[in-house]
Write a protein of this length. Structure first.
Length: 616
């Protein structure tokens, strides 16, 4: 495991190229490796294993049989196809994995390796996310040092959030490019984020702090926006929701742990130490992952494999699907694709737009609601700064409870049916979103109407934990809904569009949080009516998951970037009904095993493709 991590890390790639492939080489470059006939251009007869190992990507109805080459001509798949080998009439051989059990495929990593990688991505996300609000306990000191009001002192938080909203619109599509991949973008941007903490700690005026925070947020964005896509790279379909949930603990926990650490640092030193701490943490994280964070993006790994095979065989016609798609594209065309795709997905995909609105409102309410914590625990209950920071741990408690319950429910309602061969639509996640939509307002009401000096301080903490249970459920269900509805090739752009929308809305809300609570306060309840406004907004948002349940399949079927299996979903009832008859008609190598991977996971896409081919 560790050798693979180091070999595919940023450090490993540098050593690999500097040593001219002597160190950290790959199976194709090791002594005794026999080049398969399919890569030598010889006539190749598919074996039984090859027939079982079909993993062709189903495309939209109008492009199911063809894909475009660089010169605009159509490339038709030949009759001689195995799971990872396609030969076009032009002689191009498509490079893929060597079967469903290829150990180089991240989805075939051992369970421990997948768990460690997911933990790495979660830690990366948490270590960067904590920077958003870590300085907020020192807002009073910033007001004193720079002679500004509370709104201006909160502006660096807003600009950091806006920065990591803009960043994914540029950087996430680069991570979808097979030539760059995910890890190189992570390491480079994390290093620049580390550098930006130094001017944040040394700056002499509020304008400089705002500018530095915006730039730092921009470079923090890849870890925040596409961490879920990285976690999904190594997960098979039935286990994907649980994997994303484990990663999300870090993404939700970061903003809550930040104020706790910031409180201790402000008490021990001053507000500048919050940025020195982030400098140390991000620098150590960058150094560690420079050596141990492997590349997980499938098109990038296949692109590197194709390069090795071309060097080994001397055959320039060995290419990946990603390379064929990008051949002939000019820099201008690539730039338009990089900048336009997230915008297009945001504006022209109704499902993404609705999810973005929903998550953005939840996110904005969470950041706005965080402004009530100092009012409640510092002013009402008269906590010291560090105990006030500890109040944010109630959110972590709620997240952990929600994550445990969510994982169990998803395993029972989604993973087990998928492993048994039953199709589970993305809308199956929505009932949990409705549950979360109820927990959120309940938690906000409890928080607001128990925050009185004559009541116990545990009441608002219970409300905060209840709120975090609901918000975690909503984040998970909608992220999974998007993840299962879109082609994995475009998930980085899908998540980037979501990050952009929620960051812009959430970034502005903290600016008017304190005025909202102050203007609606009563003598006994300082945040009661202000919290109620947020709670009523949460209640109205229940309509969004209900709409997804009623109209989700119809909306998904019209998407330009829909997941491949969505094309064939309409055939599912017929396929289930006729499965027994069709199984007897299909030759032995093409039978039911085609629907399973090496781990026994049901693959709807492959099974439906086999039915379509047999009917033809």
């Amino acid at each position: 495991m560790w050798y693979t991590f180091v070999r595919d890390s940023f450090f490993g790639r540098i050593v690999y190229h500097v040593s001219k492939h002597k160190y950290f080489n790959y199976p194709e470059e090791q002594p005794g490796y026999q080049i398969p006939d399919k890569y030598l251009g010889k006539e190749y007869e598919p074996t039984k294993h090859d027939l079982v190992d079909r993993n062709e990507k189903a495309a939209d109805d109008d492009t199911a049989a063809n894909s475009s080459t660089s010169d605009g001509e159509k490339v038709e798949q030949s009759d001689e196809i195995n799971g990872d080998w396609k030969k076009t009439p032009e002689g191009i051989i498509i490079v893929g994995w060597e079967g469903d059990d290829d150990p180089e495929n991240p989805r075939n990593w051992p369970t421990l390796q997948k768990g460690v990688f997911t933990f790495f991505i979660a830690f990366l996300t948490m270590s960067v996310y904590m920077a958003s609000a870590i300085y907020t306990p020192g807002v009073d000191e910033i007001m004193e040092d720079f002679h500004v009001g509370v709104v201006v002192a909160t502006l660096p938080l807003t600009l950091f959030v806006l920065g990591y909203g803009i960043g994914p619109m540029v950087l996430s599509p680069l991570q979808e490019n097979p030539y760059y991949g995910r890890t190189s973008i992570y390491i480079i941007t994390l290093f620049l984020f580390f550098i930006m903490q130094i001017p944040c700690a040394l700056v002499k005026n509020i304008a400089g702090l705002c500018i530095c925070r915006f730039i730092a947020g921009f470079f923090a964005s890849p870890a925040l926006a596409t961490g879920g896509a990285s976690a999904s790279d190594c997960m098979t379909l039935p286990y994907l929701p649980v994997g994303i949930a484990m990663w999300s603990i870090g993404s939700v926990g970061g903003p809550s742990i930040g104020p706790l650490i910031g409180s201790a640092l402000v008490v021990a030193g001053r507000w500048r130490w919050t940025f020195w701490f982030m400098c140390i943490l991000s620098g150590a994280t960058c150094f560690f992952f420079f050596f141990l964070l492997p590349e997980s993006f499938e098109p990038t790994l296949l692109h590197r494999k194709a390069e090795r095979l071309r060097a080994l065989t001397g055959n320039p016609n060995l290419k990946t699907e990603g390379e064929l798609q990008r051949e002939g594209m000019t820099f201008k065309e690539e730039l338009i694709e990089v900048l336009w795709r997230p915008v297009e997905i945001t504006m022209l995909e109704p499902m993404v737009l609705a999810c973005n609105i929903y998550i953005s409102l939840v996110y904005a309410i969470m950041y706005l609601w965080f402004e009530a914590f100092p009012i409640v625990f510092l002013e009402v209950f008269e906590f010291a700064l560090v105990p006030m920071g500890c109040a944010y741990l109630s959110i972590i408690v709620g997240v952990l409870i929600s994550a445990a319950a969510y994982s169990i429910i998803i395993y029972i309602q989604y993973t087990k049916p998928m492993l048994k061969g039953n199709y589970v639509p993305p809308e199956s996640f929505m009932p949990l979103a409705i549950v979360g939509s109820l927990f959120m307002p309940v938690g906000i009401f409890i928080f607001g109407w128990t925050a009185a000096k004559d009541l116990h301080w545990i009441g608002p903490m219970i409300g905060a934990a209840t709120f975090s249970v609901g918000s975690f459920l909503i984040f998970q269900t909608l992220f999974n809904y998007l993840g299962f509805s879109f082609d994995p090739k475009y998930l980085a752009s899908v998540y980037a569009s979501n990050d952009f929308a929620r960051s812009y809305i959430a970034g502005v809300f903290p600016l008017f949080g304190r005025p909202l609570f102050n203007n609606l306060k009563t003598h006994r309840f300082r945040v009661g009516w202000g919290s109620s406004v947020l709670g009523f907004i949460c209640l109205l948002m229940i309509l969004i998951p209900v709409t997804f349940i009623l109209a989700g399949p119809k909306i998904r079927s019209r998407s330009k970037y829909k997941a491949p299996c969505v094309v064939a979903i309409a055939a599912w009832p017929r396929a289930k009904k006729d499965a027994a008859q069709l199984e007897t008609k299909i030759e032995a190598p093409k039978a039911v095993p085609q629907t399973q991977s090496a781990e026994g996971d049901f693959d709807l896409e492959k099974w439906l493709q086999s039915l379509d081919k047999e009917e033809k």
